[in-house]
Every structure is written in C-alpha cells, then in structure tokens.
Design a binder for this molecule. Structure first.
Ligand SMILES: Nc1nc2c(ncn2[C@@H]2O[C@H](COP(=O)(O)OP(=O)(O)OP(=O)(O)O)[C@@H](O)[C@H]2O)c(=O)[nH]1
Ligand SMILES: [Mg+2]
Length: 295
C-alpha cells in the first residue's frame, strides 16, 4: 500500500478539546491542556506516523474575539494554520448545545476550499440515549455530516484516523518516525509551566502570564538545571503567583517539574523567577518579546 502523508489543521472554539485530541492521537503530552478557554496560544505541530503514512497535526488557539495584541497574534495563528492544508478538522463540544460561537466557526469556513471534517467531541459526557439527538442537532444546524468522538475516552479515534488517511494523498515521510513534534524542548518546558499556572490561578492571571526558559544545562550527575522567567502583567499578580510564604510558586514548580522530568527522562532542578512586564498583552513589541511572533 502506498505511503500517505499530509498536514491537518485542528480548529474550533476555545476549550472544545483540540489539544486533548492531538495529545490523544500522538500518545504524548505535546500540547498543554486546561479547563479554561484560550490555553493554546501558538500553532503546535504534532506528528503521527504508522504503516499507513504520516499525519502532521497543527493544533491551534481557540477562535474567539480579539481584545488585545496577544489575541490578534492568536487569531493570526489560526488563519495561518489554514494555508496549504490537506484537510481541516473542525472540533465542536458535544457536551453543550449548538451555539452562536459554532455558527461563527462555520461562517469562517465558507471561504475555505480545503476539505473539512467535522467532529463532535466530549461525547463521553453524554448519556447513551442523548447522543443521537445531540448529533442530529449539530448536523442540522451546521449542514455537515459529523463524527462523534471523545478525546478523553478514545471513542472513534481509530475510525477518525481511518477517515483521515482515506483523504490524504500519497506523499513523503516528512519527519523521522520517532519524532513527535517540531517544537523545541525549551518551548514545551515553558508551556508546561504555563499550564500549571492555568490550573492554579484565577481570573486574569493565567491570561496575563507568559513563560520563557532562559537557561538549561546538564550537570555532571546527569540532572538538568532549568531557569525560567514567569512574566505577569501587574505587580499585584506577582504576589499572587508567589503565594503565601511562596506556597503557590512552590506548587507550580513541583507540578511543572514532574512533567519536565517525564519529558527529559532526567532529574530536573527548576529555578523559577517572576517578573512584571506591565500590560504586555497590549503592546506589540512586548507580545513579540514573549515569543509570540513568527520568524
Ligand atoms: N470529558 C471530556 N473532556 C474533554 C474532552 N476533550 C477535552 N476535554 C476537556 O476539555 C478541557 C479543554 O481541553 P483543551 O484540550 O485544553 O481544549 P482546547 O480546545 O485545546 O482549548 P484552547 O487551547 O483553550 O482553545 C480540558 O479540561 C479537557 O480535559 C473529551 O473528549 N471529554
Ligand atoms: Mg488548546
């Protein structure tokens, strides 16, 4: 059988489970996940390879109304992710009813000529007898045929891969078969730290946080020293991230270190620093400085 390959962008509203789906298919944590919307900020490529071929998934930020320069960067990442794709996956949240946000997504797709595959995610949250009706609701309102899936339970993921391969052209193996992402280690490490902040802090704080890994070096005993800077938008946010007697920072560090050690397969010493960069999300140059730019 001929080897197939291609690029597939995953788009949808914030929080529908795009990153969870990518991680599920790849079998590793490449893209960070949180119960809050707008977790993903960049296009993140994840590579899936088996005997049928190779799929390069492009995880994207959730589509939402832009309020600041960072949001504009995120929206730009979504539109760039639609260029030159072999297939576009539109992910919907089946645990809620079809809404205006969904209409907006299908509105945007009207201009696009690439083949679109629509998925209804989170169907594990529905009772068995609720699914047919929910699926019908989404199919009628979108006018598309939809495959119900669950990125958490794995329902229909094999079927999804089959359908994807049936749409892909014959093509080369773009990446080595053991390569899971083209993101550099420092970026993934910074993302792991940012993810913990999404879980542990509230309101504007996770949204106003950026993380940069400034130093990484292997020590003689094989362990890895990592220094990362956590940037916040306001002085008062710095105190919250540090927490009472440093308890919050300690918890962020502990949880992030566990993920990083799994990634690097080494003991890690994580040195976290907090810096205030006033209202950085509002300023183009600061958004770029935080790494939100294309080369
Ligand atoms: N029950 C259930 N929860 C899911 C499923 N997929 C994702 N979730 C949860 O939904 C939340 C959002 O998941 P993400 O993968 O971060 O969603 P996203 O679409 O990447 O979100 P943004 O990056 O913010 O646009 C997390 O709490 C996930 O655990 C699913 O199939 N079933
Ligand atoms: Mg995401």
């Amino acid at each position: 059988m001929a080897f197939k390959s291609g690029f597939i962008s995953i788009i949808g509203r914030p929080n529908v489970g795009k990153s969870t789906l990518v991680n599920r298919i790849i079998g590793e944590k490449i893209s960070i996940i949180s119960p809050r919307p707008q977790t993903t900020r960049n296009r993140i490529q994840a590579v899936y390879t088996d005997e049928r071929g190779q799929i390069i998934f492009v995880d994207t930020p959730g589509i939402h109304k832009a309020k600041n320069k960072l949001d504009h960067y995120m929206a730009d990442q979504v539109s760039k992710s639609l260029d030159g794709m072999d297939l576009i996956l539109v992910l919907l949240d089946g645990s809620t009813h079809f809404g205006r946000g969904d209409d907006f997504i299908f509105e945007q797709l009207k201009e696009i000529k690439t083949h679109v595959l629509v998925l209804l995610n989170k169907v594990d949250l529905l009772k068995k007898n609720e699914l047919p009706e929910r699926l019908k609701e989404y199919e009628e309102k979108s006018g598309k045929e939809i495959l119900p899936v669950s990125a958490v339970s794995g329902e229909n993921i094999d079927k999804l891969l089959e359908i994807i391969f049936s749409h892909l052209p014959e093509g080369p193996q773009y990446y080595p078969e053991d390569m899971l992402t083209d993101q550099i280690e420092r970026f993934i490490i910074a993302e792991f730290i940012r993810e913990k902040i999404f879980y542990l802090t509230r309101e504007e704080i996770p949204y106003g946080t950026a993380v940069l890994v400034e130093e990484m070096k292997e020590r003689k005993n094989g362990s890895v020293y990592i220094r990362a800077d956590i940037y916040v938008e306001k002085k008062s946010h710095k105190g919250i991230i540090i927490g009472k007697n440093g308890s919050m920072l300690k918890e962020i560090g502990k949880r992030a270190r566990e993920d990083i050690e799994r990634l690097l397969q080494a003991d890690v010493f994580l040195d976290l620093w907090i810096k205030v960069l006033k209202d950085w999300r509002e300023k183009e140059d600061l958004v770029r400085r935080m790494g939100y730019k294309d080369e």
